[in-house]
Design a binder for this molecule. Structure first.
Ligand code: C2E
Ligand code: MG
Ligand code: MG
Ligand code: MG
Length: 285
C-alpha cells in the first residue's frame, strides 16, 4: 500500500475522525479487518548517530492505509486499538514485520549492526507471551537480541509496575534493548524509572521543538542528558528541529537524534534504497 502513496506522502493528514459512538464502532470494525486485509504497514524513521551523522537504526512506526479513510495516523488508531485489545495482534504484526525487514537490511554491506525499535503498549506488556514472541521472532529471523529494541513509555510501565519490572528484566537478560520513550512527559523521576532496566532514554520532542520558547528549555535538556549519562543510559533526542539544537546536543554528547531534520519516516523500499545509496558514497541522512 505504501507504494501507491508515492515518495514522500507517508505522513498522514489528520482529519477530525467522527467521535460519535457509531463512528467509533465503525472505526473499530474497520481496524479489525485492516490487519487481515493488509492495510497496515510500517514506516521506518532513521535514528542518526550524532558523532558521524550515520544511520544507527530505525524506529518502526505503524500506518493504516484505509480504502475508506485514507492514511490514518497512529495517534488516531493506536489508542483505539489499545482500548479494545486489538493492539495485541497489531503489536505482534509490528514486531514480526520489523524483524523481518531488519534481517533483510542487515545483509547489506556495512549494515550489519543496524537496529530496529518497536513501540510496545501496555496490554502487550501484561501478556505473558511478549517474551516468547520476542524470542520466536529473533530466532525466526536469526537476529542478535541487541538488534531489537523495544520502546516503552513511562505510562506503560506505570500501568503495572511490578509485572513490567519482571518482564523487562527478562527481556534485558535476553539481550534486547529497552528504550524509555517520550521521557519528560510523565510524572515519575528518572531515579524512580531506573528500577526498570532501560538502556536508552528518548527525550520527548516537546523539549526540542523550535517553538518551545520556555526560557529554561536548554537547561532542562542538558539536565536530562547529563543525568541519563550518569545513570549509564544512551540518549536519543526526538524531533529536534534546529541545527543549533543539534550542535548543542553534540556538545552534550547526546548519542542519537531522530527527527524530520534528518529524515522523515521511510517506507521499507525507501530504506533499502537509502542504505544502498550510503554504500555508494552518497549522503546517508
Ligand atoms: P513515538 O513512539 O514517540 O514516535 C515518534 C513520533 O514522532 C512519530 O509519529 C514520528 O513520525 C514523529 N516525529 C519524528 N520526528 C519528528 C519531528 O521532527 N517533528 C515532529 N513533529 N514529529 C516527529 P507517528 O508515526 O505519528 O507515531 C505517533 C505515536 O503513535 C508514536 O509515538 C507511538 O506512540 C505510536 N505508535 C506508532 N506506531 C506504533 C506501533 O507500532 N505500536 C504502538 N504501540 N504504538 C505505535
Ligand atoms: Mg517510540
Ligand atoms: Mg517518542
Ligand atoms: Mg510519542
Amino acid at each position: 500500500q505504501a507504494k501507491k502513496l508515492g515518495g514522500d506522502r507517508i505522513e498522514p493528514f489528520r482529519p477530525a475522525l467522527k467521535t460519535a459512538v457509531s463512528g467509533r464502532l465503525q472505526l473499530e470494525s474497520d481496524l479489525r479487518r485492516a490487519l487481515e486485509r493488509g492495510e497496515l504497514f510500517l514506516v521506518y524513521q532513521p535514528i542518526v548517530r550524532l558523532a558521524d551523522a550515520q544511520i544507527a537504526g530505525f524506529e518502526a512506526l505503524m500506518r493504516w492505509e484505509s480504502p475508506k479513510r485514507g492514511l490514518v495516523s497512529p495517534a488516531d488508531f493506536v489508542p483505539l486499538a489499545e482500548s479494545c485489545d486489538l493492539i495485541v495482534p497489531l503489536g505482534q504484526f509490528a514486531l514480526e514485520e520489523a524483524a523481518r525487514r531488519l534481517s533483510d537490511w542487515r545483509r547489506l554491506p556495512g549494515a550489519e549492526s543496524l537496529t530496529v525499535s518497536v513501540n510496545i503498549s501496555s496490554r502487550q506488556l501484561i501478556r505473558q507471551d511478549l517474551l516468547s514472541d520476542v524470542r520466536a521472532v529473533l530466532s525466526r529471523y536469526q537476529l542478535a537480541p541487541g538488534a531489537l529494541k523495544l520502546e516503552i513509555t513511562e505510562s506503560v510501565v506505570m500501568d503495572n509496575p511490578e509485572r513490567s519490572a519482571q518482564l523487562l528484566v527478562r527481556l534485558r537478560e535476553l539481550g534486547v534493548g529497552l528504550s524509555l520513550d517520550d521521557f519528560g512527559t510523565g510524572y515519575s523521576s528518572l531515579a524512580y524509572l531506573m528500577r526498570f532496566p532501560f538502556d536508552t532514554l528518548k527525550i520527548d520532542q516537546s523539549f526540542l521543538r523550535a517553538n518551545n520558547t520556555h526560557p529554561q528549555r536548554p537547561i532542562i535538556v542538558q539536565s536530562i542528558a547529563t543525568m541519563a549519562h550518569e545513570l549509564g543510559l544512551a540518549v536519543v533526542a526526538e524531533g529536534v528541529e534546529t541545527e543549533e539544537d543539534v550542535a548543542r546536543l553534540r556538545e552534550l554528547k547526546c548519542e542519537y537524534a531522530q527527527s524530520y531534520l534528518f529524515s522523515q519516516p521511510l517506507t521499507a523500499e525507501a530504506v533499502r534504497k537509502r542504505l544502498g545509496d550510503r554504500r555508494n558514497g552518497r549522503r546517508a541522512s
